[in-house]
Design a protein around this ligand. Sequence first.
Ligand SMILES: Cc1cc2nc3c(=O)[nH]c(=O)nc-3n(C[C@H](O)[C@H](O)[C@H](O)COP(=O)(O)OP(=O)(O)OC[C@H]3O[C@@H](n4cnc5c(N)ncnc54)[C@H](O)[C@@H]3O)c2cc1C
Ligand code: FES
Length: 264
Amino acid sequence: MEQINASVVSNEPLTGEYWLLQVDAPSISAALEPGQFVNIRVSGEHGPFLRRPFSVYRVSSDRTRLQVAYKLVGEGCRLMRDTLRPGTTCDLIGPLGTGYDLPAEARTIALVGRGIGIAALPTLADLAASRGITSHAFLSARTRDNIVGTEIFSHHGGMVFLHSDDQPGGVTMVTDHLLAEASKIDFDAIYVCGSNRLIRAADTLARKLNIPAQSAMEQHMACGFGDCHGCVIEVNLDPAGEKKAYREVCHYGPVFNTWEVVNA
Ligand SMILES: Cc1cc2nc3c(=O)[nH]c(=O)nc-3n(C[C@H](O)[C@H](O)[C@H](O)COP(=O)(O)OP(=O)(O)OC[C@H]3O[C@@H](n4cnc5c(N)ncnc54)[C@H](O)[C@@H]3O)c2cc1C
Ligand code: FES
């Protein structure tokens, strides 16, 4: 983990309410594992005081640049859009947290993302492809134009299932597609980032199929590296959920086994 002032290469609209920031960050890009994040300081006239955490969306093939896909949520993200221009620098700390675990023996995996959560998955799809692992993507958002990264997932050759809440039809959530595909495909693991509903669906399926499932969690953060205890959540210490404990999402996560966080 290190703090750097990274040169901004570009900062442009991506799709829907999302923008894409690209910075030069060779040391962080080289060390980054899928699911890890960076903590960005943005400053306007009156703050904000705290850094803002973001998944790394993509790393360039020479591992010198990284991208962050961010949704225009509040003051911090609007300042990112307005102040991080090419030629300026971006103060960021990374790589932070514990990322996804991709078992060496995996052959086929499912990537399940919703909204902002989709941004945590392309680096995992890239790593899987580099190891010859097929990844199928199950992506959803409120509206179709807020589903990011579809071309990244399809580029790797796996199937890409999309669902938006404004879409008519019989499918109520994107995991309906995952349930249908799981009867035809032997998935070795499921990776999620999105809503609690997705985590519950993935965890139920993973238990039924006896395969691992992991989820990246989003939580309000301050330091981002385990010092302030500002991002604590309750987790299960056993799959039955009988014993519980408190864990810092930025340090023990953001990626947890789904059984650790489901109904915790
Ligand atoms: C590990 C991690 C990875 C993330 N990756 C991405 C990403 O790749 N792309 C992306 O667009 N967003 C991501 N987020 C969420 C992002 O950090 C928040 O959207 C951002 O901090 C909002 O800042 P803001 O100043 O624009 O909004 P604020 O004005 O601070 O907040 C606006 C709204 O966002 C909520 N919010 C604020 N901070 C967080 C937070 N840390 N987590 C969840 N909700 C928050 C507030 O409750 C409020 O409703 C991630 C969060 C975490 C913890
Ligand atoms: S944000 Fe400080 S401990 Fe997690």
